[in-house]
Ligand binder design. Sequence first.
Ligand SMILES: [Zn+2]
Length: 249
Amino acid sequence: MFSGYLANITGLRANDPTKNYVPPAINGGLTMPIGYTVFERVRQWFYLNKPRIVGCVGKPKNVGDMLGFMELGVFYNHHGFDVFDNHGDGISTSEGRQRFLQYAEDTPPYFYLFHEGYTDGMLHKYGVDSPQYRQSIIDADTLTAEICDKLKASNPAIIITSDHGGGCCTPTSHGNTPFTFLATNLPIVQTKSFMVDVAPTIYDYLNMPYYAFNPPIQGFSLMRPAPLRVPAPLTMLSKEEVMYGHEII
Ligand SMILES: [Zn+2]
């Protein structure tokens, strides 16, 4: 989702670095290879425009590690980000919610990643049918609305998506729930899409020449007619690796 590449290029099969070791990736499979993320490439392409690029993540051990931030805390000028908040409390605390909102400065050009892991935690703790999980979705939705409201004067492109669904094969699991959603105000023309398409859609919106990137981007812009997809090379995975989402066990 953050690169436009599949696991055969990035080596990332889970967001937990300790679980990305088979088969060996370009960089050993620990984190995203340097220079591959949409954040680094947007920063590089628009360097003279000085975009403000901020990441604020709710799961340091998953998303933070995968993006190269191995410690908790706030980091500056690393891996494409001006600011990267790797605290991880996200929307689960009022402090986390306030920080999310503070980072959303409505001063273009900006490029923000707001990731929350609270709903996933409630899923694992209480189950997909629980009131706690339902409330966590409402909380995430409320914060998303507050962020959008704060940014609305600059009319930003907004993409809201997730890495997986929940509830299979037990109510507190997402072992076999690959389907998710994507909501955006971009003029997308495809309804069948994959996570790998998110980054090239952003590149397309920003008029970046993503078709010339090396290695070649594997996803497709959702703002263009459906392409003929060439399946990525298949890799035999162990039973434990055949999971969707961030926790390969
Ligand atoms: Zn989970």
